[in-house]
Design a protein around this ligand. Structure first.
Ligand code: PMP
Length: 355
């Protein structure tokens, strides 16, 4: 091996879900919103100032941070934006998880946490979910270098009640607790309510799911001014211009599209609740998801076989061939007609299945 080869940082990267090309496929594999962005976003995109692209964007992304501060009723010094919540979370790992003690997160959770911890050399310990796939708050009461978990959790969809989130915060006054609320708009209550009492709490959300803008890459964190200032110091230590001009302008429009946003969420939640009923009738079981996906396992048909059959039919869902998860499929809630096509196909598969 050449010396330069030895110097290359060795990492095991996160594997994002597939983005298949072509039409006539049903894409339920990456938790995108099945509905387009709102009318304000569409108008602003059409009227975009082409000439303006010549200039650097505002490094502080003020238009968007101010708009989010107003929307969530917090100070403008309490909001940080980034290139998707992945960027915000990675920056938060780098900024806040700087202890010799391990950070704590669930064993079944967003698989990027482990990747960032490894990349940044952060010691970590994963804590097993219980047999119902629930987080046990008391597991997080021990000494640690920080805590992170999604709420609702992914890929289970389970929401941890706010009183339990608060118990975790109460027992972790010496560390920073990050609540990754990528899916919070689809159910449950946001930990934003707890910000006034806990200056060590950072809440992270995204425009990728509920606001139909995965393609623009916008995520944000809300926390105490101390935490936000620390995030900015780290951001300005590697890239001042993380947010591009179109994302800033269109992000603001997405927040203003409140009526459309509420309508879209209502549709997805209604489709999810109908889907739960259909899955149950077909012999699937699943944690009671509050997110825009369902993590389902069939009583007879192995998930790996269903996954392959669905793929042949060009119905894309997510399959994780890992211990505890290998008999589950994570299925994003699509449009009503996409879900109908999924259920027609699943019904055929399940009724025709022979071991
Ligand atoms: N957190 C969780 C729990 C997620 O599932 C995702 C989506 N992959 C993200 C964060 C990141 O989403 P984005 O970078 O698109 O905001």
């Amino acid at each position: 091996m050449k010396t330069w080869e030895k110097n290359i940082r060795k990492v095991v990267p996160y594997v994002p879900g597939e983005q298949p090309k072509g039409d006539k496929l049903i894409k339920l594999n990456t938790n995108e919103n099945p509905y387009p962005p709102g009318p304000g976003v569409s108008r602003a995109l059409g009227a975009m100032d082409f000439e303006g692209l010549r200039k650097y964007p505002d490094p502080a992304a003020r238009a968007l941070t101010d708009c989010l501060a107003e929307y969530y009723g917090v100070g403008t010094d309490q909001v940080f934006v980034g290139v998707g919540s992945d960027d915000v979370l990675a920056t938060a790992f780098l900024t806040f998880f700087n202890s010799e003690k391990p950070i704590l997160f669930p064993d079944v959770t967003y698989s990027f946490y482990k990747v960032w911890a490894e990349l940044f050399g952060i010691p970590y310990e994963t804590l097993p979910l219980d047999e119902t796939f629930s987080i046990r708050p008391e597991d997080y009461y021990k000494e640690n270098g920080g805590v992170i978990f999604p709420n609702p959790n992914a890929p289970t969809g389970l929401f941890l009640g706010l009183s339990q989130v608060e118990e975790i915060l109460r027992h972790n006054s010496d560390g920073i607790v990050i609540v990754d609320e990528a899916y919070i708009d689809f159910g449950g209550q946001s930990a934003l309510k707890l910000l006034a009492q806990y200056e060590n709490l950072l809440v992270v959300q995204t425009f990728s799911k509920s606001r139909s803008l995965a393609g623009l890459r916008i995520g944000f964190a809300i926390g105490s001014p101390r935490l936000i200032a620390a995030l900015n110091d780290v951001k300005y230590s590697y890239n001042s211009y993380t947010m591009n001009l179109p994302s800033l302008a269109l992000g603001v429009e997405a927040v203003r599209d409140e009526e459309y946003f509420q309508e879209t969420i209502k549709k997805i939640v209604s489709t999810r609740e109908k889907a739960k009923k259909r899955f149950r009738e077909l012999g699937f079981s699943f944690p009671d998801s509050m997110a825009n996906f369902i993590f389902a396992s069939h009583e007879k048909v192995p998930a790996a076989e269903l996954f392959s059959a669905l793929l042949r039919e060009k119905i894309y869902v997510r399959y994780f061939p890992k211990p505890r998860l290998e008999n589950f499929l994570r299925i994003t809630i699509g449009r009503e007609e996409e879900m109908e096509a999924l259920f027609v196909f699943l019904e055929e598969q399940v009724s025709g299945w022979k071991p």
